[in-house]
Design a protein around this ligand. Structure first.
Ligand code: NAI
Length: 265
């Protein structure tokens, strides 16, 4: 399907991560000029090198946990490509896990800063360019955890639930100007984030990563009916659709890409 966005410009935060990189490839394949941003310059280099570049791709390193980073990023993006049409907020961390009584304030502060406040700040920094064009897209990469809170991931679920509410509220403000805002909520995708989770589980269980994945699916994600981790490209396809001209009547939505993991209708 032609997404109708050839020639548009996009910024992807968390761009060197599994879902961010796959999203970059999906947008590049449709002729979008893409800026990848992430915190580690070496990781960014590797991500860009792995892309099949059919149009321009750029990279800008930024640690979004720094309160001033979003404004700096906006200035650098403007110097690099000018105004953007599409913003994908993908940067995120799982952060500390455990029961609530095992978690201190810092456990919440770090996760809220990276997953919620940084997305909010990046959105604010790019609003002037996104608003001024009569056509724009913002996609927040959320999580199944926003609506299905797991009790051992409370900092993460708190941040993602806040981000989902923020995105929904935001979608009401600018839709009339052609700036559409949506969320995508994956579950258990094959990226460095869940590799790290599964390696830790494998160590605790004394088994392999594959065995940890199998036991996690069986014990912790019983509604993931496809019985496997998702691939980043399967999330990127939905993000790319929401970034596209084809999604012209989609606003304030939350698309699940979770093979059924969220148990409610
Ligand atoms: P990932 O770990 O491969 O990518 C996340 C990227 O965010 C990393 O490249 C990381 O460097 C970047 N990042 C983290 N903190 C940052 C900071 N302070 N400044 C700038 N960049 C920062 O993981 P994945 O899976 O690609 O995650 C992408 C998004 O998808 C995240 O928001 C995550 O919460 C969400 N998600 C992932 C799921 C999964 O199963 N992999 C499931 C549900 C949601």
């Amino acid at each position: 399907m032609d997404l109708g966005i050839s020639g548009k410009k996009a910024l992807i935060t968390g761009g060197a991560g599994g879902i961010g990189r796959a999203t970059a490839q999906a947008l590049l394949d449709d002729g979008v000029e893409v800026v990848l941003s992430d915190q580690d310059p070496d990781q960014l280099d590797r991500a860009v090198a792995s892309l099949t570049v059919s149009s321009s791709v750029h990279k800008i390193a930024a640690d979004l946990s720094d309160v001033a980073a979003a404004e700096r990023l906006a200035r650098e993006v403007a110097l690099t490509v000018g105004d953007i049409d599409i913003l994908v907020n993908g940067a995120g961390i799982t952060g500390p896990t455990g029961a609530f009584h095992e978690l201190d304030d810092d456990a919440f502060t770090d996760v809220l800063t990276t997953n919620l406040l940084s997305a909010l700040r990046v959105t604010r920094a790019f609003l002037p360019t996104l608003r001024g064009r009569g056509w724009g897209r913002i996609v927040f990469v959320n999580s199944e955890d926003a609506v299905q809170p797991y009790d051992d991931e409370l900092p993460y679920v708190t941040a993602k639930a806040g981000l989902l509410a923020f995105a929904k509220g935001l979608s009401r403000t600018y839709a009339g100007e052609g700036l559409l805002v949506n969320s995508v909520s994956p579950a258990f995708i094959n990226t460095p984030m869940t590799d790290a989770m599964m390696d830790q589980r494998a160590e605790e269980e004394g088994g392999t990563r594959d065995e940890a994945i199998a036991s996690f699916l069986e014990e912790e994600r019983p509604y993931m009916e496809l019985g496997r981790r998702g691939e980043p490209e399967e999330v990127a396809a939905v993000i790319a659709f929401l970034c596209s001209d084809r999604a012209s009547f989609v606003n304030g939505s939350n698309y699940r890409v979770d093979s059924g993991s969220v148990a409610t209708i």
